[in-house]
Design a protein around this ligand. Structure first.
Ligand code: COA
Ligand code: AMP
Length: 630
């Protein structure tokens, strides 16, 4: 009953519910307006509250006696480094770096792009921005210069903070040349770049523009927290949409802090002093919410891991870290556990470790497939929590709430809506459908705290992309259903977004790149099932009449183009030539049908198809390339 009570309260009287949750934080001025409308008519939380997220995450805990507790454990098997920062040490570094930014003219509302690997300096830069009321925009290190340039042009940062390099499995990736190239490509130019030099690669500096992190810190004066309003933006995080232009998800300060603080106990059952480890990257929303802000807002110790689940150095890495820091809650993507299972199928590398402190495993980023669920559950004998969320919300929409009322999990389901999220399944006309019927997963307005109020610089894109389809609802872009017990099953995207190794990517964007090849007349890129990474992109191209190309050469050129434009993280490795693409009579490529063929699923031929003979033909071509899952 605890869950139902809590959930009902959040839906029937959201303002009272969230006012109570906001009281768990130290505001400079507690909001009087809990839920109000902004100039665009969007529901906003805590508009007149005055606060500072960095204060709530660091200074507050120090004043409350938590200064000597570890805030961040940095563990980097790729550089053989371990380091712990107490709350006081982290606050001092953050205040100093805020001083560095301030000296460069960064103030409230200015944007700062952070392009860094998993080094603590990335968290320090993020928190320093929030200390000043500046807006950070972290760009994942696996993105290529072009992607970074697009984000620089959209966010228009005054300063960019970067690092000389990142370290992947057995390779050093120099970031600074990528940054320099991005700045060459972008129309907007930052005034300054602050570069954290790492011994694995020395970055060359541009005179007059680039500053060395350590030198700047050595002469900086610490800066204090600047009060902001609850609705002022904390960060912009770009995520893939259906086109080549990523969407800048805007996160506010007040709603974000309130939701994350609440979630740390309600969903994750974490209490102050506990150790939480989100094995992700600060470049993704999971990293923002559950490596940096959530754990610190809740007074936890957060593990900051620069490594992979496997090959850094082995498949025992997760268990080693969990034991070493006494991790209570471990959060990663299903793909990470599939990678461990693949490399260590008999779990030999688990045996040396004592995991008695580990209580929960949380997974998100892609659907948790039942075989992986069972494997992890049987291996560890712990609750394995699949929870569904999006960059847009910043926290889980559906979950099994470990801190409120754990339920018996149903493999394949993200369990129940999290308090605040009125999740409904709608048919294409916008009517709510009954149990066990698949439809569009939507959230009835108002959205709870932390969800995006707009797309950076483009409110119309927010309205048309999320709100216009069904009046009174936010449309998630995912399809799924609820069963008779109200458990929610998320079955996959209904648009051109795919999830590769827990990384969200746009097939629409890949199509734009593939289509720009001189020999390509038309193309489709779809996500096909992959046993390790969940999904992988597959390109199908139709050649221009008379184009004479070697298919293998074309494939390698297309692979190179996507890698250059989006980055290695796109994992675009396969492109095949086809004679026809199945289309509707109005010319729309039937991508869903192509996915079903590749995944070896049954499909029904739509009555609107223009050329039914194209289907067996494509099926044969995929088959001849070994691309049809059996
Ligand atoms: N900087 C630079 N390059 C990066 C990068 C980064 N931060 N992250 C990934 N890449 C590169 C990789 O080196 C690889 O390059 P390659 O094609 O030259 O080998 C490519 O991008 C693809 O990376 P990835 O898909 O991560 O594959 P992988 O084989 O290196 O690792 C897994 C596979 C499963 C171990 C890894 O994807 C993983 O740990 N996934 C968990 C994902 C996760 O945490 N998601 C966040 C949501 S919770
Ligand atoms: P991102 O914005 O990168 O967090 O990706 C969000 C998308 O990932 C969602 O829209 C889903 O398609 C997918 N996703 C995330 N978590 C889950 C989950 N637990 N189950 C199913 N799909 C998920």
């Amino acid at each position: 009953m605890a869950y139902l009570d809590e959930y009902q309260k959040s839906i029937t009287d959201p303002a009272t519910f969230w006012k109570e949750k906001a009281e768990a934080l130290e505001w400079f001025k507690f909001p009087q307006q809990i839920l109000s409308k902004d100039e665009n008519g969007i529901d906003r939380w805590f508009a007149d509250g005055e606060m500072n997220t960095c204060h709530m995450a660091l200074d507050y805990h120090i004043a409350a006696g938590r200064g000597d507790q570890v805030a961040i454990y940095y563990d980097s098997p790729v550089t053989d480094t371990k380091k712990a920062y107490t709350y006081t040490e982290l606050r001092d570094q953050v205040a100093l770096f805020a001083g560095v930014l301030k000296a460069q003219g960064v103030s409230k509302g200015d944007r700062v792009v952070v392009y860094m690997p998993m080094v603590p300096e990335a968290a320090i830069a993020m928190l320093a921005c929030s200390r000043l009321g500046a807006i950070h925009s972290v760009v994942f290190g696996g993105f290529a210069p072009n992607e970074l340039a697009v984000r620089i042009d959209d966010a228009e940062p005054k300063v960019i903070v970067s690092s000389s390099c990142g370290i992947e499995i057995q390779k050093v990736i120099p970031y600074k040349p990528l940054l320099d190239e991005a700045i060459n490509l972008s129309a907007h130019k930052p005034e300054k770049c602050i570069v954290f030099q790492r011994p694995q690669a020395e970055a060359s500096m541009v005179e007059g523009r680039d500053l060395d992190w350590n030198e700047a810190m050595a002469s900086a004066t610490p800066a204090d927290c600047v009060p902001v309003n609850g609705t002022d933006p904390l960060y912009v995080l770009y995520t893939s949409g259906t086109t080549g232009k990523p969407k800048g998800v805007v996160r506010d300060n007040g709603g974000h802090a309130t939701a994350l603080k609440y979630s740390m106990k309600a969903i994750y059952d974490m209490d102050p002093g506990d150790v939480f480890w989100a094995a992700s990257d600060v470049g993704w929303v999971v990293g923002h919410s559950y490596i940096v802000y959530g754990p610190l807002l809740a007074g936890l110790s957060s593990v900051f891991y620069e490594g992979k689940p496997v090959r850094t150095p082995d498949a025992g890495a997760f268990w080693r870290v969990a034991e070493e820091y006494g991790v209570k809650g471990l959060f990663s993507a299903p793909t990470a556990f599939r990678a461990i299972k693949k490399e260590d199928p008999n779990s030999e590398q688990l045996k040396p470790y004592d995991l008695s402190k580990l209580k929960y495993i949380f997974m998100a980023g892609e659907r948790l497939d039942p075989p992986t669920y069972h494997w992890v559950k049987d291996l560890l004998g712990l609750p394995v929590v699949d929870h569904w969320w999006q960059t847009e919300t910043g926290w889980a929409i559906c979950a099994n709430l470990m801190g409120i009322e754990p339920r018996e999990a149903k493999p394949g389901s993200a369990t129940l809506p999290v308090p605040g999220f009125n999740v409904q399944i709608l048919d294409n006309e916008g009517n709510e459908v009954g149990p066990n019927e698949q439809g569009n997963v939507a959230i009835k307005l108002p959205l709870p705290p932390s969800c995006l109020p707009t797309v950076w610089g483009d409110f119309e894109r927010f309205r048309t992309g999320y709100l216009n389809e069904y009046a009174g609802y936010y449309v998630s872009g995912d399809g799924g259903y609820k069963d008779d017990d109200g458990f929610v099953f998320i079955m996959g995207r209904t648009d051109d977004v795919i999830n590769v190794a827990g990384h969200r990517l746009s097939t629409g964007e890949m199509e734009e790149i593939v289509a720009s090849h001189p020999a390509v007349a038309e193309c489709a890129v779809i996500g096909v099932n992959d046993p390790l990474k969940g999904q992988m992109p597959l390109g199908m191209v139709l050649l221009k009449d008379g184009a004479e190309v070697d298919e293998a050469e074309l494939e390698s050129e297309l692979v190179g183009m996507v890698r250059k434009e989006i980055g290695a993280v796109a994992c675009f490795k396969k492109a095949i030539v086809v004679q026809r693409l199945p289309k509707t009579r109005s010319g729309k490529i039937l991508r869903k049908l192509l996915r079903q063929i590749a995944d070896g699923q049954e499909y029904t031929i739509p009555s609107t198809i223009d050329d039914p003979a194209s289907l067996p033909e494509i099926s044969d071509i995929m088959d001849s390339h070994g691309l049809v899952s059996r």
